[in-house]
Design a protein around this ligand. Structure first.
Ligand SMILES: [Zn+2]
Ligand SMILES: [Zn+2]
Length: 422
């Protein structure tokens, strides 16, 4: 008996017709990261659950509702990673990455997992890219990390995005602001959503970015963190802005950006797509100066960002920007007759070894069937090898667009084809 299986809810297959888009956005990300001298780091897709509980925060949505947790055969608790920063910082501390050089510039790519209600641009297994710059509190670095994100979106050809920045203060000044927020929100307690009611005393800042309309309306009049920054944070934020101006990167200050994770402080930022609806953050990031120390590392600051490829590709499709070339074969190899078939295998091997992409279908016999397939494959050229060509020790090269064809020497096939493909 056969059974038909379905993909788990909230996940998706990247099908061949779309995979070139993924390869493109990944390749451009690597290229931009490389130009800023960031090195790739790859961590496992699961970690000790506690790693996320302690860093992302026990009151965050991620930890409270969205983690895929499981016990292994020895009863140890693990979680599929819901985000990339905590694992990278874990690895940074565990492997003493800061030993050689004070600063580490790292980037990562890969699947993350959150048990969330699936909606447009939001999945249970999603693919993120991100960077982490560990080792400096210099506002120049804040602007540089932001500029890396900006460079990436720009290089992809996106135009309809905006940068919003904020400062959410540090351990010295954030406490005062929290008190002010608790005082502000308490009179509205009955009107707040259950989540906000639950975290009003623990994480009052989170009430600022609640998406529930009533909470949103109340938060509109909340006091701004920017009025409660201490001198150090004020100067830092002013310098970040100055540096962004120097780089020619337009931005807007949005005091409502708090980021959902506990470990953020000082600079927080988001790149927003103006065309997307509620789920419009392309890239989100910020400083996390306490996190490395909290993980048992040295007292070194850090800053980074992350973004999802799904939403990025959605944005690019909506703006109609190019994903580079679709990946069609260079050559469709057409073979007629037994004799030609006998030598075709070796010719295919030679061409493919030289890095030329060649398609050949041994199940198709007639020239008509093979030329039709060549058309469908969108290959640039067809190479046709029949009795006629064989007796002349030649092969026909046909340009699939213009229809022009010519005979080339069989023993110079590599050189000739390479030249035509230039
Ligand atoms: Zn501060
Ligand atoms: Zn709320």
């Amino acid at each position: 008996m056969s059974v038909k299986y379905q993909i788990p809810r909230g996940t998706f297959d990247i099908l061949p017709e779309d995979s070139y888009k993924w390869q493109y956005v990944i390749a451009v990300f690597r290229e931009v990261a490389r130009s800023y001298n960031y090195q790739e780091i790859v961590t496992p897709i699961f970690e000790n659950t506690e790693l996320f509980e302690r860093s992302v925060g026990n009151t965050s949505d991620i930890v409270q509702k969205e983690m895929y947790k499981f016990k292994d055969k020895k009863g140890r608790e693990f979680a599929l990673r819901p985000e990339g920063t905590a694992p990278v910082v874990r690895s940074y501390v565990e492997n003493n990455l800061g030993m050689k050089d004070n600063s580490s510039k790292l980037y990562y790519l890969g699947p993350m997992f959150r048990y969330d209600r699936p909606q447009k641009g939001r999945f249970r297994q999603f693919y993120q890219y991100g960077v982490e710059n560990i080792g400096s509190d210099n506002p120049f670095i804040d602007a540089e990390v932001i500029s890396l994100g900006y460079a990436y979106l720009t290089k992809l050809g996106l135009q309809n995005f905006e940068l919003e920045i904020n400062s959410i203060g540090c351990v010295n000044c954030t406490g005062n602001y929290d008190k002010v927020l608790v005082e502000f929100f308490t009179p509205f307690k009955k009107e707040l959503c259950p989540d906000c009611r639950g975290r009003i005393n623990k994480k009052p800042k989170r009430l600022l970015d609640c998406k529930v309309p009533t909470c949103k309306r109340i938060a509109l009049n909340a006091p701004s963190m920017l009025d409660y920054l201490d001198e150090d944070c004020k100067v830092h934020f002013a310098r970040v802005q100055q540096n962004l101006k120097t780089l020619g990167i337009p931005f807007r200050i949005n005091p409502k950006i708090v980021r959902g994770l506990d470990y953020y402080n000082k600079t927080a930022f988001e790149f927003i797509d103006k065309n997307l609806g509620a789920q419009n953050t392309l890239i989100g990031g910020g400083r996390y100066n306490e996190l490395i120390k909290q993980f048992g590392g040295k007292d070194v600051p850090g800053i980074g960002f992350a973004g999802g490829f799904e939403r990025l590709i959605l944005s690019m499709e909506m703006e109609g920007v190019s994903f580079g070339k679709e990946q069609n074969p260079d050559i469709y190899f057409v073979v007629l007759g037994e004799k030609a078939k006998n030598i075709a295998g070796k010719l295919l091997l030679d061409l493919r070894s030289a890095g030329i992409s060649v398609e050949f279908d041994p199940d198709k016999e007639s020239i008509k069937a093979q030329m039709k397939a060549a058309d469908r494959s969108k290959s640039r050229f067809a190479l046709i090898l029949g009795e006629n060509e064989l007796t002349q020790k030649k092969i026909t090269l046909k340009d699939m667009k213009s229809g022009e064809q010519q005979l080339i020497e069989l023993d110079k096939i590599l050189e000739s084809v390479s030249e035509f493909l230039l």
